[in-house]
Design a protein around this ligand. Structure first.
Ligand code: TK8
Length: 361
């Protein structure tokens, strides 16, 4: 047991401080859970490492806050011999580029969406199937299952060591053209279909084609200015990302489609991994799991809160009832016809069994 400084608690604290001064300020983040206290022994001297980790989201995101916790665990338990420098906001590249940097050893760690990594582990594309995971509990059960673990193990031989899944979350549609309540609104009857930015992932492309949009794959880091300049009408991401990346500044409409649940995968360059002493490797793996658990907790706290914040900031948000969701589900059936055989019917059945078991818990 040891005393640890808490570097990630400032946001909620700052919000209440502001309120304490009587300024009716909007909270900048939900009243976030504190990261669990850092416990466990301090390791002996197995060398010193300064690791660089890059990813796409902003400093206010659950991904960043939990990565700080990851860094804090490593620093505390090695007395500073391992330190992690975090580069958010796609500063070092996009998801695809940073995974390539891990392979060549020019970057130590990154934290992409699973959808960007299907070129390494094709099975990950199961997560991209629309409406496969009906609840967060089901999604977490799949990520923590043997099926999930074998997806992480599937990176072996790629030059990338996958450490853990965590939550990017349920994706929602936003756009600057019109309110969307149905697939017809996406496709446009008298007007052109929405141009929607997608991740660089063929299943996502198929989803938005099936919905009658004009999908454009694009790196996340280019997305804000593409929307600002009207290159695309819209995009889809969890509410927390829409908020923390300020997309509401250029997107007037949101629709709670929850069409895909996307995990994040925390990963390390195999070259970096192999340079670490076994004791350090074990610690990194443990810290990754602990930070992922914290990330999921933060992401859960952020989700509905972010939607309400977006609404408070003027985004017009459409919630869909079961029938309206069913219309979207029906419209994306061609995606299953095309992709289920390629991703693997057995794998999908296994995932569905995990989903069902999680619903009966
Ligand atoms: C951030 C991405 C992002 C993802 C996307 O690097 O590209 O839309 O949802 O979170 O991983």
């Amino acid at each position: 047991m040891m005393l640890i400084r808490r570097s990630t608690l400032t946001l909620a604290g700052a919000a209440s401080l502001t309120l304490g001064f009587g300024l009716a300020a909007q909270a900048q983040s939900p009243d976030l859970s504190e990261p669990p206290a850092i416990e466990g022994e301090v390791l002996g001297d197995h060398g010193s490492h300064t690791l660089r980790m890059g990813f796409g989201l902003a400093e206010s995101s659950p991904q960043y806050l939990s990565s700080r916790y990851f860094a804090d665990i490593l620093e505390a338990r090695t007395e500073g011999r391992i330190s992690v420098n975090i580069f958010p906001n796609s500063q070092l590249g996009d998801d695809v580029q940073m995974m390539e940097m891990l392979q060549t050893g020019t970057l130590d760690m990154t934290y992409p969406s699973s959808s960007a990594a299907t070129t390494y582990v094709p099975e990950l594309a199961a997560f991209d199937l629309p409406f496969l995971l009906p609840s967060r509990e089901a999604a977490i059960a799949v990520m923590q299952s043997d099926v999930g673990q074998s997806m992480l193990d599937g990176f072996e031989g790629t030059g990338i060591k996958a450490l853990t899944f965590s939550e990017n979350g349920y994706r929602q549609l936003s756009n600057s053209a019109r309110p969307v309540t149905s697939p017809e609104d996406v496709a446009g009857l008298d007007v052109r279909g929405l141009s929607v930015r997608t991740m660089e992932n063929p299943v996502h492309l198929a989803i938005w084609q099936a919905l009658g949009a004009n999908p454009t794959p694009m790196a996340f880091g280019e997305l804000f200015s593409a929307m600002e300049q009207g290159v695309v009408d819209g995009q889809e991401n969890p509410w927390s990302t829409i908020l923390t990346s300020n997309f509401h500044e250029v997107q007037d409409y949101g629709t709670e489609t929850r069409h895909v649940y996307t995990p994040f995968v925390m990963m390390m360059s195999e070259r970096t991994w192999n340079r670490l002493a076994p004791e350090y490797q074990e610690l990194v793996q443990e810290a990754a799991r602990q930070s992922a658990e914290y990330e999921i907790q933060l992401s859960t706290e952020y989700d509905d809160w972010s939607r309400d914040q977006l609404e408070a900031r003027g985004m017009q948000i459409t919630r869909l009832d079961d029938e309206q969701i069913a219309d979207f589900q029906e419209a994306v059936q061609p995606v299953y016809a095309e992709w289920a055989p390629r991703i693997g019917e057995d794998l999908i059945a296994e995932i569905q069994a995990i989903v069902e078991a999680s619903m009966n818990d």
